[in-house]
Ligand binder design. Structure first.
Ligand code: NDP
Length: 288
């Protein structure tokens, strides 16, 4: 029978453990870990993400600070805010919600964040550390995927893994983490020829494409594990619905384990953000 990898349940375990770590942290250092969340503009999806992050932070005992800047804020205003947060010892984590309005330079913003406070793990120093297998702050979505994978495969060593997608926030760090776990890793993308046959040889397939239900049963080796990162809003039977990059109904009978959408990778991402915030706080307080 196919195992449904339950992101709600596993993320709650991560959150509960993080909440326990926060209690120990507060006892030891006399302050709560602090997370600053910066939102520029009023993109509805970003507002929901920020609200969920702040809510989760409060649940685990992290002190969250929300900074909402108008959509027409200048690069200078945003950079100044980041410098202020970098210099504030009570702020251990800084998250700038992406995407930013078009006139702002995302790269410049990510570079401005103190790497020690970079709880998204997007700063080039943290990206480099991950490539060297020495990362302390790992991007949240791939970290969440690894935790889910380890639930069904406590030892990933020697497995053939295919990551579909090569974005900086999901595909590339995902591949780095799988490699670190001793998988043999292939990354495929929009220019790859014959993706189906490459995927069909894999023990593990991670889909991070942004194309609704693209991955079909014929792509999956019987007994493989499938992690679906995709979140796509579609209209079906006159209703709005969220689906992944994997055709769940088609693939589920073939896979040995699979994540659903929703209730799979999504909740893991926020749980791992909490985990990273406590890790960042610990790293900083231990250095004082
Ligand atoms: P990007 O758009 O940045 O990257 C998509 C990747 O998929 C690219 O590397 C692209 O290739 C590849 N791709 C696109 N079309 C095809 C195709 N037809 N065949 C093969 N490869 C293709 O997306 P993200 O990585 O940011 O996100 C991927 C998905 O994950 C989205 O649905 C997003 O909403 C979701 N997501 C979910 C999160 C969660 O918490 N669950 C968090 C982050 C993202 P190329 O590089 O050649 O263009």
């Amino acid at each position: 029978m196919t195992v449904l990898i339950n992101g709600k349940l596993i993320s709650q375990q991560v959150v509960d453990k993080t909440a326990e770590e926060v209690v120990t942290f507060v006892e030891r250092f006399g302050i709560a870990p602090g997370l600053a969340v910066v939102l520029v503009g009023e993109d509805p999806a970003s507002q929901v993400y920020v609200r969920n992050k702040v809510k989760r932070a409060e649940e685990v005992g992290i002190r969250s600070l929300e900074y909402k800047l108008p959509a027409d804020s200048s690069q200078e205003t945003l950079n100044d805010l980041i410098q202020t947060l970098n210099a504030d010892p009570s702020v251990h984590g800084i998250l700038v919600q992406l995407p930013l309005p078009k006139h702002l330079n995302e790269e410049e913003v990510l570079l401005a964040i103190d790497p020690a406070k970079d709880v998204d793990g997007f700063h080039p120093l943290n990206v480099g550390a991950l490539a060297c297998g020495e990362a302390s702050l790992v991007p949240c979505t791939p970290m969440g995927c690894m935790i889910m994978l380890e639930h069904v495969h406590p030892d990933l060593s020697g497995k053939q893994a295919v990551v579909i997608g090569r974005s900086n926030i999901v595909g590339k760090p995902m591949a780095a983490l799988l490699l670190q776990a001793n998988c043999t890793v292939t990354i495929v993308h929009s220019r790859t020829k014959d993706i189906e046959s490459i995927c069909s040889q894999a023990d593990i397939v991670v889909a991070a494409i942004g194309r609704p239900e693209m991955v079909k049963a014929s792509w999956i080796k019987p007994g493989a594990t499938v992690i679906d990162v995709g979140i796509n809003a579609i209209e079906r039977d006159g209703k709005r619905k969220l689906v992944g990059d994997v055709d769940f109904a088609d693939v589920e009978p073939v896979a040995s384990a699979i994540t659903p959408v929703p209730g799979g990778v999504g909740p893991m991402t926020i749980a791992c953000l909490m985990k990273n915030t406590v890790q960042a706080a610990l790293n900083q307080e231990l250095k004082r």
